[in-house]
Design a protein around this ligand. Structure first.
Ligand code: ADP
Length: 380
């Protein structure tokens, strides 16, 4: 403390000073002229001056630009003179080498007794790191939000494109398909063998393109069909699926069994597509035994857990993600027919209904496709 240390300097007990030195917050005691009577060690972090050098100096001569604001000076005076309080006042500090810092001030009037000269108790906390971390968090968050919005928009564009393209392709494709079929029917055996082969290729190509376009159309329609969900009895859905697959079941000797299935809220067409794709895959990817397929549903908290289990060729776990990606297949067309849209469509339908779809399987041990669908829990 300087020689002319003002009267009223507070003599801190050693214990209290030690406690204060342990704080990360700078704690100062100032007289009415803002000369420093006491400061703890943290002062050097906040105002960039060693404690020994600070004693007796005016607060306003330290710490760069912080005290330049006349309003802040006035407010600090009012703390001493009128007993005001400053609570968590955030101020900026420009330090030449250190750049901008952010400080939080708390100030109280301090009087040893009713007659003694009032002093100022000032606590200064450096919150720069928190501020920067917060700013960084906000920046990253807004960056992520921007990316998510862009992604959603480009997804929507892509879906709109797929929808329009597949929708508009249907009509000319129908023409190509029916006329090549007509050609095949009318002229097979009447031209030379090469012409028969070419026509067969054209019919095959047109049929395949129709399958692809229809699949793509179904895929891009899922989220276009709004949330106009209705109660759907899953057992009835399964019955109609089995009717649709009657021929395939008979041909493969398949037996499809099921537990009691619930009624849920959803889109009946999509739920039919879902079960039909899963069951027809179970028939298509069968093993050496005739297919055995079991459909079940179990109530769990606020969801139904459905499963479609088969005894087919199974799937290597390394492909568990890939099979749900559109156009991804694990086999050639010569091995198994298909477009690679089925499971992607199933996934989209389940997610559109607020659920999740995944698979459990091992090569040669059959596959179980599991999906959740929201369950309406009766109110208590
Ligand atoms: P697609 O049936 O047209 O090939 P999917 O999207 O329905 O297309 O299926 C993707 C791939 O997942 C299939 O090519 C097949 O390899 C595998 N897969 C699907 N279902 C089964 C199943 N029940 N058993 C074994 N593999 C399956």
């Amino acid at each position: 403390m300087s020689d002319d240390a003002p009267a009223g300097a507070v003599q801190m007990g050693l214990g209290a000073a030690e406690v204060l030195d342990g704080l990360r917050e700078a704690v100062l005691i100032l007289n009415g002229k803002f000369d420093i009577l006491f400061a703890n060690r943290a002062l050097s972090n906040v105002l960039r001056v060693a404690v020994d050098e600070a004693a007796g100096r005016s607060l306003f001569s330290l710490g760069g630009s912080v005290w330049n604001d006349p309003k802040l000076r006035r407010d600090l005076s009012r703390v001493i003179v009128e007993g005001w309080e400053l609570n968590d006042l955030e101020v900026e500090q420009d330090l030449e080498q250190k750049g901008k810092r952010y400080l939080v001030l708390n100030a109280r009037r301090l009087m040893a007794s009713a007659e003694s000269v009032p002093m100022l108790l000032l606590a200064i906390q450096d919150v720069t790191e928190q501020r920067l971390a917060n700013a960084e968090r906000v920046r990253v968050q807004s960056e992520l939000e921007k990316l998510a919005t862009e992604l959603a928009r480009s997804n929507q564009d892509l879906e709109r494109f797929a929808y329009v393209a597949s929708h508009d392709l249907q009509e000319p494709l129908r023409m190509v398909a029916s006329y090549t079929q007509l050609l095949a029917r009318r002229y097979a055996g009447q031209l030379d063998a090469r012409a028969d082969k070419y026509i067969a290729y054209a019919v095959d190509g047109a049929t395949r393109m129709q399958e692809l376009v229809n699949g793509l159309l179904a895929y891009s329609r899922v989220s276009r069909q709004g949330e106009d969900f209705v109660p759907v009895a899953c057992e009835q859905v399964l019955e109609s699926v089995l009717r649709n697959l009657e021929h395939a079941c008979r041909k493969t000797g398949a037996v499809v069994t099921h537990d009691a299935l619930p009624t849920i809220r959803g889109n009946p067409t999509q739920l039919t597509q879902l079960l039909q794709n899963l069951i027809s895959n179970a028939l298509k990817f069968r093993g050496s035994e005739p297919p055995r397929v079991h459909v079940s549903a179990r109530a769990a908290a606020d969801q139904w857990l459905f499963s479609v289990r088969d005894n087919g060729i199974g799937i290597d776990p390394q492909y568990f993600q890939r099979i749900f990606v559109i156009f991804q297949r694990l086999h050639t067309r010569e091995q198994y027919s298909g477009t690679g849209i089925g499971l992607a469509l199933c996934k989209k339908i389940v997610e559109h209904h607020g659920g999740r779809l995944w698979v459990e399987s091992a090569p040669g041990s059959g596959s179980t496709f599991l999906f959740t669908l929201p369950r309406e829990v009766p109110e208590a």
